[in-house]
Design a protein around this ligand. Structure first.
Ligand SMILES: [Mg+2]
Length: 371
């Protein structure tokens, strides 16, 4: 039997089909195809309606690596769990850092579990440790900034004081590939990853001399306090080799290699440093007395891009610093002991980080400035 459709019926069917297609497309775009299909599957099989039995394997899962000295772990884990549940993710795998494992080991464990994103909750030290394990993989890193400097978070324009937003950005933010720095303190030594800056001399001596207690009480002013005590130290004689060829020899207070250059309070220590240009910006600071330090500060405040008063900045891919004696070294603010050798190199686009999408930025702004 042939079903005869009158022309009106045919149009109704064609338009109906189009409406369904457009609706499916819009829903897919708005909520994500994977999540929408999962939700539909739940409603198609009422037995699955209780949260536990749904296809857990199909849902995303995050790992949350927390430095327990910076926050209340149970509180943060509860917030993360609530947000994950709300966003249709599996409960997060919560792991704590310890004095022995500042984050690298637990991140490797999280990668073995096959998580979709690793969220580092801590200061730049924790972030550096997590990044060490994630660099070179395609698993993105989310950041909940809980430190004194939060320099990486500042340099990629994350929200600093809204934990819930930081978590949402970690789950649904945009993936951005950034460079990481690689440092060695001996020609055949271990490679240490850094995301912000590594330095030798004055800055490292300050980091080594700033007490955690004072950092907790004064924040970044603790560095100023330690810095003022170190201003009149003795300079070191160093040979600096850029990209295996250009060499300079100087008496300096500090040599700093930066993957990016923004510090607290909007200070641009390295005004031309870009976090994904495949280059390191190397700053040499060489004041001989307190008066010349004033010149250094003026050059930094004036955002001198290359040559300032007793400062010099140069872009390169690799730099080797050989000092006449052992000098303090710091990586992203963590003291790394003393050495007379420091080699820094950039590994381009080695790390994926989650940054806010345009839509998320709009929402954050709307919350901050209610109409
Ligand atoms: Mg760079």
């Amino acid at each position: 039997m042939i079903i005869e459709l009158d022309p009106l019926m045919t149009w109704v069917i064609v338009i109906g089909a189009l409406v369904v297609l457009v609706a499916a497309f819009l829903i897919g775009r708005r909520y994500g195809v994977r999540r929408t299909l999962n939700t539909m599957r739940r409603y198609a099989h009422p037995a699955n309606l209780s949260d536990e039995v749904i296809d857990d394997a199909a849902r995303y899962r995050a790992a949350l690596i927390v430095n327990p000295t910076k926050t209340d772990v149970r509180n943060l884990a509860a917030t993360a769990e609530a947000i994950c549940r709300f966003e249709g993710w599996n409960p997060p795998l919560v792991l704590e850092t310890t004095p022995e494992d500042s984050g690298e080991g637990v991140t490797v464990r999280a990668l073995d579990e096959g998580v979709d994103v690793v969220i580092a909750a801590g200061g730049d030290g924790t972030i550096r440790a997590v990044a060490s394990a994630l660099a070179g993989t395609s698993t993105p890193m989310g950041i909940v900034p809980l430190g004194t400097g939060n320099l990486l978070a500042r340099n990629i324009d994350l929200v600093l004081d809204k934990t819930e937003w930081a978590l949402r950005i970690a789950l649904w933010g945009r993936n951005r590939e950034i460079d990481v720095g690689m440092a060695k303190t001996a020609p055949d030594g271990d490679t240490h990853i850094f995301t912000v800056m590594t330095g030798l001399g004055f800055d490292a001596a300050v980091m080594a001399d700033t007490s955690d207690d004072l950092k907790a009480r004064l924040g970044w002013l603790a560095y100023v306090e330690a810095g003022s005590r170190k201003l009149t130290g003795k300079p070191s004689h160093v040979k600096v080799t850029f990209d295996d060829e250009y060499r300079i020899s100087a008496r300096v207070r500090s040599v700093l290699g930066g993957n990016c250059g923004k510090l607290q309070g909007g200070i641009q220590l390295l005004p031309q440093a870009v976090i994904d240009d495949g280059m390191l910006d190397v700053l040499i600071v060489s004041p001989k007395n307190l008066g010349q330090w004033v010149g250094v500060l003026a050059s930094i405040a004036g955002r001198r891009a290359s040559r300032g008063l007793h400062t010099n900045i140069r872009k390169c891919r690799k730099v080797v610093i050989e000092a006449g004696d052992d000098v303090d070294i710091q990586l992203d603010g963590d003291p790394l002991g003393q050495s007379s050798y420091l080699e820094m190199e950039v590994d381009p686009s080695a790390l994926t980080v989650r940054v806010p999408t345009v839509e998320q930025r709009k929402q954050i702004r709307a919350e901050a400035w209610p109409v």
